[in-house]
Write a protein that binds this ligand. Sequence first.
Ligand SMILES: Nc1ncnc2c1ncn2[C@@H]1O[C@H](COP(=O)(O)OP(=O)(O)OP(=O)(O)O)[C@@H](O)[C@H]1O
Length: 426
Amino acid sequence: MIEAVGLTKRYGDKTAVHNLSFQVRPGMVTGFLGPNGSGKSTTMRMILGLDNPTSGRVTIAGRPYRELPNAPRLVGALLDAKAVHGGRSARNHLLCLAQMSGIPARRVDEVLGVVGLQDVAKRRSKGFSLGMGQRLGIAAALLGDPQVLLFDEPVNGLDPEGILWVRNLMRALAAEGRTVFVSSHLMSEMALTADHLIVIGRGQLLADMSVKDFISANSADFARVRTPDTEPQQREKLTSALTEAGAHVLPEPDGALRVTGLPLPRISDIAHEAGVRLWELSPHQASLEEAYMRMTQGVVDYRSTVDQREGLMAPPQPGAQPPLPVPGQGQPGWYPPPPPGAGGAPYAPPQPGPYGTPPAHPAHPAAPPVNPYAQPAPRPTADQGAAEPGAAQDRTAQERPAQDRPAAAPAAAQPSAARTDTEDAR
Ligand SMILES: Nc1ncnc2c1ncn2[C@@H]1O[C@H](COP(=O)(O)OP(=O)(O)OP(=O)(O)O)[C@@H](O)[C@H]1O
C-alpha cells in the first residue's frame, strides 16, 4: 500500500502539492487524475524518493521509499520513458538496471517479450519511437516483478493495440494482488482500467473514491431527446415546454437535447401535449470524462480557446448558426449539476490554501469557482457574426509559462502493430 499524509511540495514560491493525504490499496488499479500542472508527477516523484516533501510524508508498505530494503524488487515505476541512455540498446539498458538490483539476466529477456520489444532488443533506444520508448519504460517497471507499480501516463504514444495491452496488463497486475497507481489524461481509458480514483487539482485532493461513485457524485442522469432534424421549430417548441415544466435543457453537439430534472415518462407526455414528434428519448448516465470535466473545470490552469482567426475568416453564410457547445471547451456551467442527494458532495471547492479561494462565477454562484488564471475566449465582433459556417474550430492551448514546462514531446511514429506482446512468463 502507498500512503500519503499531509504531503506538501513547494518549489520556491510555487506550491506544487498541498497537504495531500490518500491511500493506494493493493488488489486494484487506482487512477491518478488531475489537469496539467496539478501535481501528479511531483507526487509520484515524492512516492519514489526522487523529491523530498517540504512537509508531510509518503510511505510504501509503511516505509519511505529510500528506507525500503531492496526497493527495486518491491516497487517498479514508469515516470519518464525518455529517461534512458539513448546510446544503449534496449536490452543493455534493462541489463544495467537488472544488475544494479540483483535481478537475473533471463528476466530481461522475459520482460522484453512481455512488452513486445524482443525483435528490437539490440537496437539503440535513441532511435525508438514514443510508443517503443513507453514499452521499454514499462519493461523496466516490470523487471523486479514488484508488488507496487507506478505508471505516469503509460499509454502516452501507444497504438490502439498497445493501449489495450496496457489496460489488460494493469488489470492483471491488480488481480494478482499488486498495488497499481496510474496517472492518465485519457478518461475513456481510465473508465475501463481503474477501480478507484484519486483526483487532484492545483495540488489539492478533490476526490478519493471508486470510479462508479465518482461518476454518480459528479454528474446527473439525463435524457437525450431528439426531434426530427428537418423541423428545427419542433426542437424550439419542446425546449420551451420542457423548460416551463422545470427541466434543465441543453443542446447536445449533434443537435439532440440533454434534459435533466424530469423523468422520461414526463418528458414523453410533455412532448405529446406540445404536439412534438420524437426521434429519440433515451436514458443516459454521464461518462467519466464528463464527471471529471465538471469536477475540475474550476481548477484548470491551462485552458484552450477557439481560434477566432481574426481577419482571416470568410464572411458568414446567410442563416449561419452559432456552434453548439462542446463539453469542457471553456464553457463553465455547461455540465448540469448533479441532482440533489445524488450521493456525495459533487465538488468540494479547494479550501483557502496557497492559492487562496478563487471567486465564484457570477452566473453560477453555487458552481465551481472560476479559474482565476483562465482567459475567456475572445468574443466575435458584430461584423464577424457569432460563428463562421464550416470554419475549422482549431483549439490552441494557452502557452504554458516557459519556465514551468519542458517542451512538449514531438509526435513520434507508432511502434509496429506486428510486434506481439507475450504473457509475462514469471
Ligand atoms: N522541479 C520543479 N521546479 C519548479 N517547479 C516545478 C518543478 N516540478 C514541477 N513543478 C511545478 O509544479 C507544478 C506541478 O507539476 P507536475 O509536473 O507535478 O504536474 P502534473 O499534474 O504531473 O502535470 P501534467 O499532467 O502536465 O504532466 C507545475 O506548476 C510545475 O510547473
